[in-house]
Design a protein around this ligand. Structure first.
Ligand SMILES: Nc1ncnc2c1ncn2[C@@H]1O[C@H](COP(=O)(O)OP(=O)(O)OP(=O)(O)O)[C@@H](O)[C@H]1O
Ligand SMILES: [Mg+2]
Length: 229
């Protein structure tokens, strides 16, 4: 059976000449939750941005059975929901509701159905009002939640979350943990928060200098790399 993400030998060089990925091999199958760990600058974000074609390097990359190439971008972007490391990069519409409705509208839903989806997704992340607020006026944690709602509203097959807890207070982290635990999608979660990783992900991969240096049980990887404060 083919997996949701199948990556082999992914290499990527930024325009600066820096080689951020130096041969990444990775597979993610339905129902799996994988913590993506590793030091700052090791290539985690760079790799995630390959999954829906935002960045394109060398090697073989298939997502949901499709090669990641321009003719499949629209379909792939409905199946892979990427929460960016910086929520500022994700929010661009004048109101919260328009922002979260944008994905479902793009996917072809009517305005009314898209707004219903958006309100459901906002409720999932604990936002029950203030839909007409401007995203750029929100606090960091609120922005992060709205951005996540925008991903959930599209109901993708795989959730790719790049440090989703950075701006969240402890109760919001707990709520996110509880929410993610109930969602059936496959997940890739980049995080420096090992207790969060442990709670959600039986498996972890560890990035080092543009490669996956280890792939295995999260507990084992955290211990092996002494990946805790
Ligand atoms: N636009 C860019 N141009 C040149 N180099 C870049 C660019 N973006 C990232 N890099 C470099 O590529 C390397 C990998 O960056 P990446 O953002 O993938 O790391 P990361 O593992 O996500 O780190 P962090 O934990 O800090 O988020 C870093 O050395 C970074 O400086
Ligand atoms: Mg990063």
């Amino acid at each position: 059976m083919s997996c949701i993400v199948e990556a082999a030998g992914i290499r990527f060089r930024y325009d600066s000449g820096f080689e951020a990925l130096r041969g990444v091999d990775f597979r993610l199958c339905a129902g799996e939750s994988v913590a993506v760990l590793g030091p700052n600058g090791s290539g985690k974000t760079t790799f995630l941005l390959h999954l829906n074609g935002i960045l394109r390097g060398e090697g073989q990359l298939r997502v949901c059975g499709m090669d990641v190439e321009p003719r499949h971008f629209a379909a792939i972007r409905r199946k892979v929901g990427i929460l960016f490391q910086d929520p500022e990069d994700q929010l661009f519409r004048p109101t919260v509701l328009e922002d979260v409705s944008f994905g479902p509208l793009q996917a072809g839903l009517s305005k009314a159905s898209a707004e219903t989806r958006a309100k459901q997704a906002l409720a999932q992340v604990g936002i029950h009002d203030g839909w007409t607020r401007a995203p750029y006026h929100l606090s960091g944690g609120e922005k992060q939640r709205v951005a996540l709602a925008g991903i959930l509203a599209v109901q993708p097959e795989v959730l790719v979350l790049d440090e989703p807890t950075t701006h969240l207070d402890p109760p919001a982290r707990r709520a996110l943990l509880d929410l993610l635990a109930t969602l059936p999608q496959a997940k890739m979660i980049v995080t420096h928060d090992t207790s969060f990783a442990r709670a959600l992900c039986p498996r972890a991969v560890f990035f080092e200098s543009g490669r996956i240096a280890a792939d295995g049980p999260a507990e084992e990887i955290i211990r092996r790399f002494r990946w805790e404060i």
